[in-house]
Design a binder for this molecule. Sequence first.
Ligand code: SIN
Length: 591
Amino acid sequence: MTAPALSRPGVLTGPEPIVGSGHVVGVSPRLVAPAPVWQLRTDVLLVGSGVAALTLAAELAGSGLRVHLVTKGELGDGSTRWAQGGIARANTGPGFSTGSVAATDTPEDVERHVSDTLTAGAGLGDPRTVRQLATDGPGAVRRLADLGARFDLDADGRPALTREGGHSHARIVHAGGDATGAEVQRALQARLHTSLEADEITVAENAFLLDLLRGPDGAVRGAVVALLDATGSCRSVGIVHARATVLATGGLGQVFATTTNPAAVTGDGIAAALRAGAELADLEFVQFHPTVFAGAGPTDDGRHLLISEAVRGEGARIIDAGGVLVMAGAHPLADLAPRDVVSATMASAMAERGVRHLYLDARHLGEPVLDARFPTILARCRENGVDPLTQPIPVRPAAHYTCGGVRADLTGRTSLPGLFAIGEVACTGVHGANRLASNSLLEGLVAAHRLAGFLRGGGLPGSAARGRVTAPRDRAAGVLPGVRAGLALAMEDTAGVLRDPAGLDLLVRRLGEVPLADASEALPGRASWEATNLHTLMAAIAQAAVTRAESRGCHRRTDVDGVRSGWRRHLVATLADDGTGPATVRQEARP
Ligand code: SIN
């Protein structure tokens, strides 16, 4: 079939002429699926089951609002439970449950958290939103502790704090040493089960978000959802009518062949929002974590093992095979430089030496520190034949976090009425061109809290008129799952930490050559829907990466050293109004 175009060159306005790739990538206007055979009504349709989704569920419990949560796999299949480092929050009080923020606040630290976040964001962070995040942070962590999350404490019973790249001092709380995400997920899932028993919420696992529904006024009124069997095949399709539809679906790490994100992280919410006409922003900024274990392939659930930045926070250093300190002289903070600096320095060092990985030397930390602070990492490395006590750990940068996403404010409001986005799926201006370590769980907590307050406080959109919603597009198309792995490798090779225009041009051309199968060829089911969503997002990332002809934040363009004047701008992507025409990519200057 002839595909609509995601983007075309020449529609950009900016400080200087902008040249896109010259190629057009067609994307699916709607996922291939059988006709809906059931429907249900709710006040809030919540898609996802990580920190943002479960925090919102907890905060809406008892509000009287009907909440229906859908997640495409099992609860907790997403990234949250694999987060290691912790949660950054300003040091405003002595503990989690004592004192109020107002009584114990140390404004200097809020300001330092703001300043570190904006510095990491490389000129594209939004100071107002970052200040909201930093100000709300201590309360968000305290509420999580009140819900039952158990954080590591120091000898005096205060939260034990660590430091990661880009932080001017230790402000990161953690749990289980290096298992913060697992504890956050556990505590929030326990709370969800209480809500389920109290009939405060309904939950559907194995329920895949296909497309968003828009009413005649343009507002999002719910979604088309497919119920899956255990193999991921489609059992039935239905319509969920909702007054508020909340995307908390996480990022898109599986766009790249090597990622710390589990297999479920395929950007479904971002792709659905694009198809529905929502604005996406800053998609070119995918964060590559510097130290991902290079001594083994992916785990059964598609992740590569993360070696937390907190290991460097405790004193580990990146070395090459000859023991040379790679970060010495590269940045005043050396191994604790912001993540983009470390990843780019490592990528250049690997290219110069013609090697596929470097090493993280943690031997001098000794058994007591490694055992107490990093029990998971120690165990997983040993399982894979590397003992960090006696051997340097082979590491390389790999895709880790989606800085861009569905354009939203920190209360989750997107460019479409009725559609909200919280957590990694959203681009709120908090992370700019590069996220500060351990700000991601924090953003999920803060955005969910703010959105819960908004919905409870009268922000819930009006009732959807019965039967008046329509499926967003009339043409459906899909990418066959077989092409996915090759495209993910191509993304890694050309749209990784180091990027050059010729490689990106070839990538866009290759993505444009991917055939879109119509409803007669594409088998409806999780595999083809995920492949289709990934292809859509690969195209959006590649086009934005071609357009951003400068080295800012997460990436380095080999043809441009550093940032370019006039480029302190966001790239915003949308599909055309009718959903079938060419998309536009426009620039917006940072206010
Ligand atoms: C890490 O532990 O290094 C990851 C933390 C983060 O991505 O914020």
